[in-house]
Write a protein that binds this ligand. Structure first.
Ligand SMILES: [Zn+2]
Length: 126
């Protein structure tokens, strides 16, 4: 991958990181939201749960984005973390934080590879 491509993905990742960091800061506001009406409270609890689930997904995504930015700095960006093949540019354009090629990602999704652990290791080493 050349410098221009790297800069492009870096910019995409940084934009995503900013967007996600902003979303996650709203977590406290969701948690302290209260209403005196019991019926509303049930409904709100459901909405809160949904919002928290979304935030968990966002937090996870943010972790992947940060890990990708880290890989840009250490020069391993765009290389599958499992099989070490190059990740196709088409995939990176769609998912710039992709840590795996499509084949390995499918294995991760089927839990054949422990994805989060390897990302945690990477971030712990940072
Ligand atoms: Zn792979």
């Amino acid at each position: 991958m050349n410098r221009t491509e790297l800069e492009k993905y870096k910019a995409m990742l940084e934009a995503k990181q900013t967007e996600l960091s902003g979303g996650i800061r709203n977590r406290d506001e969701i948690l302290i939201e209260k209403t005196p009406d019991a019926l509303d409270e049930v409904q709100l609890a459901g909405e809160r749960e949904l919002a928290i689930r979304n935030l968990d997904r966002e937090a996870n995504l943010l972790r992947n984005v940060r890990a990708a930015l880290f890989r840009i700095n250490d020069g391993s960006y765009g290389i599958c973390m499992h099989c070490e093949e190059e990740i196709k540019p088409k995939r990176l354009d769609a998912v710039p934080w992709a840590a795996y090629c499509i084949k390995c990602q499918e294995a991760v999704d089927r839990h054949e590879i422990a994805a989060s652990e390897s990302i945690d290791d990477l971030l712990a080493a940072a």
